[in-house]
Design a binder for this molecule. Structure first.
Ligand SMILES: [Zn+2]
Ligand SMILES: [Zn+2]
Length: 610
């Protein structure tokens, strides 16, 4: 269920600050009250936990005499509809702390009593309750005027949840629901939830034979041949864009002595996330990031102002000691590969390098059909450097965004402690937003590594580093695009671009020639020469979401032709083989979004694009 982990409000914020008073949130929180009233109606001994609005809906926690069944959720939903139909108004009242405790205790609500007792004196100055019908709940508000204002809703599921998230406290039952302004919004949301289950990259990774996970190496993918084909297609595109942008590739070791991590600061700040090796006489760490090692490459020569900018791409393996056990698939792995970039440049080159980074981001995402959005993360409370430094650094990022004609949102206080950054997001076919790339400005690392270059006037200056990855990690990006395309990758990415299907054994030899012609044009083709019926072979290729199936019969063989059928349903007869090869190779080389499937033309995508 997508809801877990998205709980945007804690118990404290529900009580003390009812949030941003977004009308939809207010309606969702009101629906939680209505649900609590319905549960009390059906289970008079129910004890109430908390019931906040969350992203896309709401929940409420209950201590109940027995486990809830799907039939219970239906009954609760029915009781909720009665309250909505009755259009009961929400009335606010206020009590002092002692009276409030007495009131909830008299009602048998011990969890509520605990919340009130734990309030600080300041928080307890005003303790408010909201009542609708005969149900009253400790609550800061606000609420909709009356229950009739609650839009179309649905209860989704129930799950166990410890009181206050503490496994030593009682396990309560949490009921999740969703509520929207309109029936169309609700329908779209329910469709999204169903669709997300179907598109789960862990399931598709298995079905399409892309990768697998094994307990022998937790949270680290094993790449199968088809997954590797996808990886290489992504890598080739990424390197092509980087090379055009003036990058050169480097590769640096995985096992690195701790002295380097001490210099970079990772040993102090990041050691808990590193795999540490005790190599008899030396302590080393498996590298979680490439940056420090690129600094060592820079330092192997005295650099001059003419050598800069130096743009280094490093796509080597990284290792992070992520908690295992979380079923996050590609979204949280312990071994990953970034399309990592480090630009070492003069201070007067920073503006151009930031613009280059932003333009490479857009270029990279274009053949996926993604339009990135941008967020500028500004100075946090705890930071290094003067206000003048931050004014200038933030100004440069802002200027780069403006110069590229990009609109952006602000993330106040969201920067790293040493410099501001630009975070880059994409929306997928389900309208879900993913943070992908980050462009980070860095004056600290050059200082820690004492980097210099000889300036035009003969003196020594310190370079600046601009860090960025565009896919982020290949692993996570593959997870995202697998779900975005529902596994139906455009031809340029598809692990198998064409499946050759001879109708009978007598066509096998010709099928071999067709595969050879496709492979010689650099295309990924396979032949299905099993002695299955043609329809079965077509169905299997369709299930594997192969973009083009080439059915070969007598007439094709005699004419040196193929009869292509697209995954999307179109078909052609007797296309000369040479013409077909040129056509497909052209689409792949241009990285077209082809064949264009309904799977990726969803309402979500239409919304995201508008
Ligand atoms: Zn409330
Ligand atoms: Zn870096």
């Amino acid at each position: 269920m997508a809801l877990e982990g998205d709980e945007v409000r804690s118990e404290a914020t529900e009580l003390l600050d009812a949030g941003a008073h977004d009308p939809l949130d207010t309606m969702r929180h009101s629906a939680a009250h209505v649900m609590a009233a319905a549960v009390l109606d059906l289970f008079p001994d129910a004890k109430l936990g908390i019931g906040p609005a969350i992203r896309d809906g709401f929940y409420y926690d209950f201590d109940l005499p027995r486990a809830l069944t799907p039939a219970d959720l239906e009954a609760i939903e029915g009781k909720m509809r009665e309250q909505v139909a009755a259009n009961l108004s929400f009335e606010r009242s206020e009590l002092g702390r002692n009276e409030a405790v007495a009131q909830v205790t008299a009602a048998g609500q011990e969890y509520k009593a605990e919340i009130i007792r734990d309030l600080s004196d300041d928080q307890a100055k005003v303790i408010s309750f909201y009542t609708h019908g005969s149900f009253s709940d400790l609550c800061r508000g606000p609420h909709v005027k009356a229950t009739g204002r609650i839009g179309p809703f649905k209860l989704l599921s129930s799950a166990g949840a410890y009181w206050r998230g503490d496994e030593k406290r009682p396990m309560l039952q949490r009921i999740y629901g969703t509520v929207w302004e309109t029936q169309a919004d609700l329908d779209r949301y329910l469709w999204r939830v169903e669709e997300a289950k179907k598109r789960d990259h862990r399931k598709l990774g298995r079905d399409l034979d892309l990768f697998s996970f094994h307990p022998e190496s937790p949270a680290a993918p094993f790449w199968h041949p088809r997954g590797m084909a996808l990886w290489r297609a992504l890598e080739a595109w990424s390197l092509e864009v980087r090379h055009r942008g003036g990058f050169v590739e480097v590769r640096t070791p995985a096992v690195v002595r701790k002295e380097l991590w001490e210099t970079s600061g990772h040993w102090d700040l990041y050691k808990d996330n590193m795999f540490v090796l005790d190599d008899a006489d030396h302590i080393s760490g498996l590298k979680p990031m490439n940056c420090p090692e690129s600094m060592l490459i820079y330092k192997t020569q005295m650099r001059s102002y003419r050598d800069l900018p130096m743009r280094l791409a490093d796509y080597s393996w990284l290792f992070r000691r992520e908690r295992t056990g979380a079923l996050a698939g590609m979204f949280r792995v312990r071994q990953l590969t970034q399309d990592d970039s480090h630009v070492l440049c003069r201070d007067d080159q920073v503006d151009d390098e930031l613009r280059l980074a932003l333009s490479l981001v857009r270029e990279t995402y274009a053949p996926f059909g993604f339009t990135p959005t941008f967020k500028l993360a500004t100075r946090p409370e705890k930071r290094l450097g003067s206000d003048e430094f931050w004014d200038r650094a933030e100004g440069r990022l802002r200027d780069a965004l403006a110069a590229e004609g990009l609109e952006y949102a602000l993330d106040p206080g969201g920067a790293a402690f040493y410099a501001p950054k630009i975070d880059i997001f994409i929306a997928d076919a389900l309208g879900r937003e993913w943070q992908m790339a980050t462009v980070q400005l860095d004056y600290q690392l050059p200082q820690r590594f004492d980097l210099e270059y000889r300036a035009a006037d003969g003196g020594f200056e310190r370079p600046v580093v601009v860090h960025y990855a565009i896919y982020g990690s290949f692993e996570r990006f593959i997870g995202v695009i697998t779900e975005h395309f529902a596994g139906a990758f455009p031809a340029w990415l598809a692990p198998v671009q064409a499946m050759v299907i001879p109708i009978a054994d007598r066509h096998n030899e010709y099928a071999g020639q067709v595969v050879t012609a496709l492979r010689e044009a650099g295309l990924r083709a396979e032949v299905d020469d099993r002695s299955e019926r043609m329809q079965a072979k077509l169905r299997d290729a369709q299930e594997q979401k192969v973009p083009v199936m080439l059915v070969l019969g007598d007439r094709d063989q005699e004419a040196g032709a193929v009869s292509p059928r697209l995954r999307t349903g179109e078909s052609m007869q007797g296309v000369p083989l040479a013409d077909f090869v040129v056509d497909l190779a052209g689409r792949v080389a241009r990285r077209e979004l082809w064949p264009y499937a309904q799977e990726t033309a969803t309402e979500g995508a239409a919304e995201a694009a508008s």
